[in-house]
Design a protein around this ligand. Structure first.
Ligand code: ATP
Length: 270
């Protein structure tokens, strides 16, 4: 059996929100209601569900970007919530994120070389010369060039910006990458190129992905395992083949039926 690189157990996260006629009352939303997931080393676990089901909250809580009410996230044997601020900071290089909207997540005033190299600088990884050469190598690997280092984000297309987002995350040689809807803002033909790139890089760099998506067409191309979220709960979890061929929950069946032009399950893996 493959080693587990990350496990999350019984995660609970509640938000308060104003409600009632004049916003005078508050109500609580359980964005994560006892969520448990496991990520096998070197594989991709997709988190799927409708808007508002809790996917992004799960991503942020796994990376400790948002505090949990309760539950634990264990990465390589360490409970992340128990780490000191300093240890968590240094752990972050192993746990990276790729965002949905690469434009919003790239600082418009920074050159691409600075954006991709920033993490290496923060984590003090190698000399300046080594950092520069890692940035060049990574940019080339994602299909950009050394000359692109001098440019700004607005000079690139959506797909190229996502390549920059990928380079920024992967230059740190992380172990786990949380990809939060990484292709949903892109045209379908560009989506395929980016998914292929993510798959190639996974194999080359032994990466484990948590891949958040509302789009089950995309998920079947990239994931090994799937966790289906509904109203803050994981309602179904299993291999892509099991979930696509024999879902046990009505909610999952409805999500699958919503895929446009869906083929018979046996054709999905042809
Ligand atoms: N900072 C916040 N304050 C209050 N409520 C929040 C906050 N963040 C998320 N929520 C609520 O928690 C629930 C889960 O939201 P979340 O963004 O995690 O879902 P999602 O599945 O990622 O949706 P989407 O695909 O639309 O991003 C929603 O009801 C949302 O309104």
């Amino acid at each position: 059996m493959t080693d587990l690189i990350l496990t999350a157990s019984n995660l609970v996260k509640t938000f308060s929100q104003r409600s009632g006629k004049f916003g005078m009352a508050t109500s609580e939303i359980k964005a994560l209601d006892n969520v448990s997931i496991v990520l096998r080393a070197g594989t991709t676990l997709a988190i799927v569900g409708e808007s508002g089901s809790g996917k992004s909250t799960l991503a942020r809580c796994l990376l400790q970007l948002q505090p949990l009410d309760s539950g634990e996230v264990i990465f390589q044997g360490e409970n992340l919530a128990k780490l000191s601020a300093g240890s968590l900071r240094s752990m972050r290089k192993h746990l990276q994120m790729i965002f949905q909207d690469p434009f919003a997540s790239l600082n418009p005033r920074m050159r691409i070389g600075e954006i991709v190299g920033e993490g290496l600088l923060i984590h003090d990884m190698g000399s300046r010369t080594e950092q520069q050469s890692k940035v060049v190598q990574m940019l080339k690997r994602v299909g950009l060039s050394e000359a692109d280092m001098q440019k700004y984000p607005h000079e690139f297309s959506g797909g190229q910006r996502q390549r920059i987002g990928i380079a920024r995350a992967l230059v740190l040689q992380p172990k786990v990458v949380v990809c939060d809807e990484p292709v949903s803002a892109l045209d379908v033909s560009i989506q395929a190129q980016i998914l292929l790139l993510l798959k190639e890089l996974q194999a080359e760099m032994a990466l484990s992905y948590i891949f958040i998506s509302h789009d089950l067409r995309v998920v079947r191309h990239i994931a090994d395992d799937v966790a289906v979220m509904h109203q803050g709960k994981v309602v179904e979890q299993g291999s892509v083949i099991d979930i696509y061929q024999s879902p046990t929950q009505d909610y999952t069946r409805n999500l699958l039926q919503a895929i446009p032009g869906r083929k018979h399950a046996t054709e999905l893996h042809a």
